[in-house]
Design a protein around this ligand. Structure first.
Ligand code: DGL
Length: 281
């Protein structure tokens, strides 16, 4: 069983892509609605909440957890992988994030390869990154891209209000105005047309069409749910032990640290046909 963890609803965009792509695998999703949003929280809070979420999923029988949240990945993934997991007593378990697949796709460079070995270092693309305040201030996308392609220009745009507005179900016209402002701010600083854009927040696929309308037509937008599904397929081929017999075809479980009644209406925005969230013990 594979666990997905997010601060709230956003990771459902990734969850749905994985469920569609791997119907024979059992996935469980945990949203930390009690502590969401993470985008403006401190690093220590994000590490602590993410570790607690991952432990809960391990205790539910998952051996692999994907942090389906850019903010949790940017701030906590490496700390959990390197500092916590090896001495945590969770032998044979692992945790993955959603930043690495995007960096690999944008730079067309495997994660393990850095610039000295790789001809893409001559890549001079401009790559735009949109994300929460914490994802952008972590600089993780810029650092990881430039390790592989030092000549790529990375232009980053924090969108501090956007994830909350999407989750609150704000009208399309409000979301469009916000996306327009964020895109214009980025384009003003870019000094040219970005070749690629990463929507580095799992909420943003819900407004991807607005980004498409606002960005120049030639900008290639990378779809995080699909890119993560591609990357997961590759990971499973290399680590077949994680999973993976056909266990059941019942609807995947959605768990929350919050109050399922309070979040029922926003769940419909992300996944109209979903079964309600259940409280995690
Ligand atoms: N899902 C989170 C992400 O991908 C954003 C929401 C939050 O701020 O908690 O960055």
């Amino acid at each position: 069983m594979i666990g997905l963890f997010d601060s709230g609803h956003g990771g459902l965009t990734v969850f749905r892509a994985l469920v569609r792509r791997f119907p024979h695998i059992r996935f469980v999703y945990l949203g930390d609605h009690a502590n969401a949003p993470y985008g403006n929280r401190t690093s220590q809070e994000i590490v602590d909440f993410t570790r607690a979420g991952v432990e809960r999923l391990y205790s539910h029988g998952c051996r692999l957890v994907i942090l389906a949240c850019n903010t949790a990945t940017a701030i906590a993934c490496r700390t959990l992988q390197q500092d916590w997991l090896p001495s945590s007593g969770h032998e044979g378990c692992n945790v993955l994030g959603v930043v690495a697949p995007m960096v690999e796709a944008a730079t067309q460079t495997p994660w393990a390869m850095t610039a000295p070995q790789y001809p893409q270092k001559y890549n001079t693309d401009t790559i735009a990154i949109f994300g929460t305040r914490r994802t952008i201030s972590s600089n993780v996308y810029a650092e990881e891209i430039s390790k592989r392609c030092p000549k790529v220009k990375v232009v980053q745009q924090p969108c501090p209000e956007l994830a909350g507005a999407i989750e609150a179900g704000r009208p399309e016209s409000d979301l469009d105005a916000m996306v327009g402002d964020y895109v214009n701010e980025l384009l003003d600083r870019t000094g040219g047309v970005p070749h690629q854009a990463i929507l580095g927040c799992t909420h943003y696929p819900l407004v991807e069409h607005l980004f498409v309308q606002r960005l120049p037509a030639s900008t290639r937008l990378l779809s995080q749910p699909e890119v993560v599904a591609d990357s997961f397929e590759d990971y499973l081929a290399r680590h077949p032990g994680y999973g993976l017999k056909l266990e059941t075809d019942r609807i995947p479980a959605l768990l929350t640290t919050g109050d399922p009644g309070e979040i029922a209406s926003s769940l419909k925005l992300f996944w109209p046909e979903a079964q309600p969230f259940e409280p995690v013990e």
